[in-house]
Design a protein around this ligand. Sequence first.
Ligand SMILES: *Cc1c(COP(=O)(O)O)cnc(C)c1O
Length: 376
Amino acid sequence: MIPITKPFFDEREERAAAEAIRSGWVVQGPRTQEFEKLVAERVGAQYALATSNCTTALHLALIASGIGAGDEVLVPSYSFIASANSILHAGATPVFVDIDARTYNLDPALLEEKITPRTRAIMPVHQIGLAADIDTIHAIARKHQLSVIEDAATIIGGTYKNKPIGAHSRAVCFSFHPRKAITTGEGGMVTTNDPDIARQIDMLRSHGANVSDYARHGAAKVIIEEYPVLGYNYRLTDIQGAVGVEQMKKLDWILERRLEIGRRYNEAFADLDFIATPYEPPYAAHTYQSYCLRVAHNAPKTRDEIMAEMQAAGIATRRGVMAAHLEPVYVNRYGRVALPVTEEATRSTLLLPIYAQMTQAEVETVVRVLRQILGA
Ligand SMILES: *Cc1c(COP(=O)(O)O)cnc(C)c1O
């Protein structure tokens, strides 16, 4: 069976995790700090704060931006449900905005019609490894005095206009779940250039304490911490931090391999007019956190038939990105919202296997089997 994805670990992650365990310090500590430093340097941000996952990173970024009850946040529905959920967790209301049919990212032209006196922020999502149109979104945010919190879960190492994702907005949130390019099992990170946001997230992720337990542990004098705000336990463990350090060292290679596979798929299906390969806008290059194909209505097989036949041939696929607004948790709260581009995209797209250690033979098997199923 060719899986949809696989994390890329070797003895370096094993050794790093074992060293963290042997050291006796396994909660957020020196290895997490090193991981944060590598991410901050990589994305060109002043601060990076590790969290237990990207959902908690988004939750804290919203709270630290002062967003809560009564506020509205503009977000695409075409995303993993965690994007919208983080807004609900903050006590605010997600207002769903439709996407651009080619990039599958939030369509900036549709933002202003959804802005109300309660709108406080925009949460663009860089979907499956392709940057959203940040400059256009920022221009609208500036005009209406809104915060921008980026859901960058899928795009570590990606760029917008050749500048790394991670320092364009007040807060940018990454995921290190195994479905992403690099992983710590579970894991997240907020990057920011705002010292106040960094300070708040540092406290909020650790029960609202003003001094971390690692700082107290390392201090010469006794320090008694205070709890100025209501916090959470959203910390990463140092075992995960150690794995993150090793994964960051592999990031360039992993992204390069994914790019090679993505390009091979692009070329392999370019001649099929009923299959759309990923589009790249002038402002961003794809990093292929997932590889998405759209199956047109005139294709010889439906999307679901293709997925079933691929599965029978030993190749895992997944439906394209979900649409949060169609899920009962949102329909029950807000009723049925119409987002035609999102609904069409979620119905007609599928994801193909892609991972750094995928062999050329595996890639060619996927290409051959899919073309056979399509009779091409
Ligand atoms: C994976 C993902 C998340 C959630 O990340 P976790 O680390 O699993 O919490 C949020 N948004 C998007 C777009 C994602 O792909």
